[in-house]
Write a protein that binds this ligand. Sequence first.
Ligand code: ASP
Ligand code: MG
Length: 443
Amino acid sequence: MTAVPDTRIPSGSVQPAPFPVGHLPVATGSEAGRGRRVVWKFGGTSIGDADRLRAVATRLIAARRQGLQVVAVLSAKGGATDDLVSLAHKVSPKPHPRELDALLAVGESTSCALAAIAIHELGERAVSLTGPQAGIYTDDSHGNARLQRVSPERVVEALEQDMIVLVTGFQGVSANGDITTLGRGGSDASAVALASALGLRECDIFTDVPGVFTADPRVVPGAQKLDSLSHYEMLQLADAGARVLQTRAVELAAAHDIDIHVRSSFTCDAGTRVHRGKPMLEEARVCGVAHLHHDPLYTVTGVSSAAVSAALARRDMAIGSIICCEGEVQFTAPGTTPVRLVAALGAMDAGVAVRDELGSVSVVSMTGGNQPGTITTALSALERSGITVHLVACTPNRVSCHVPATDVDRAAQALHDAFGLHELAGAIATGGVPTAQEKPSHA
Ligand code: ASP
Ligand code: MG
């Protein structure tokens, strides 16, 4: 660990920071090095009020004074984007997507401008840049725009002028100059994309939890923080409902070889490193349980699976699992709502039944070739707990079970117990090899 220089800010008219800057090991280990660039993203709760915003500003200043070149990507403050969405819907049931994006982008602009003001007040140089100013170019699919390129010249220029650079998360600009947004939770993707464009190999995501856990600790009290996991495992967890990182951001990190360090914005502790390393060859490892409290099952009759899929794709909705059997198409579509889904299918002459009372639990595992063991352990655990499983979708790396929404928490706990995830620091668990003599589970 390198020595931390005294970076305390002289007091004046300035309000005291919630924790003393001198106590923040802002540049330890791989962070150390004068002139080194970092991209740090702060989520909505990290900047939820003036004190927290000032704490973030203080942290950025400490890093800057230690010689780092700091880019901070900020979200809107917690709840702000939801408030803007509902404001728009008070004015119109169907706001124009271009104008909705223009409105939603305001949340992140506010955070960045306020953070810059806070940093100035604390005596350091900073500039806020919007997505367009930071050169974040996207296509024109408003509300869920895809990144096309990042040209960070202005960011680099400001860094070279010794400024702390605050970039709005979530925002981009289309080829015709309109503001776009990157989908909910999209600030994570902004941070990863910017890190990549600046030639970095990692990006830190500061959030209101200490890292990625083996399950949601609010649902499974014995859940453990993972020290590290691969992009691939994180992608599966995020897709199955773990909300700590946006799925698209993990995909982007995997594609561009960026490590993501998920860590608490309230402490200096190491969090979870989501890394580009590959798991050991045929290593059996269960890294966690993810859940969705609401994951309806849809049954459509009278149309083909291709027609269903095309109708959803036109509205940018994705299918989770799908089964076609005797003229019926059964599928899930996590990430959308029954209202939107039924509307999307509405134009077709199809019967749609919605099992709205279901949720899902998933085990994410690298099976090391023992997929049967993992599936058996999972299903046996749910059966022993008396939980009815309505649909199971298996891939080599994931077992997802649809269960009644009211049983989701119990199911997550049962799976977590069955794989012994509560016992594991760094959490490595095998799926077990069921034999005729053995009960097919660990519990
Ligand atoms: N503010 C946006 C949202 O709430 C983007 C983000 O926070 O990442 O979805
Ligand atoms: Mg988020």
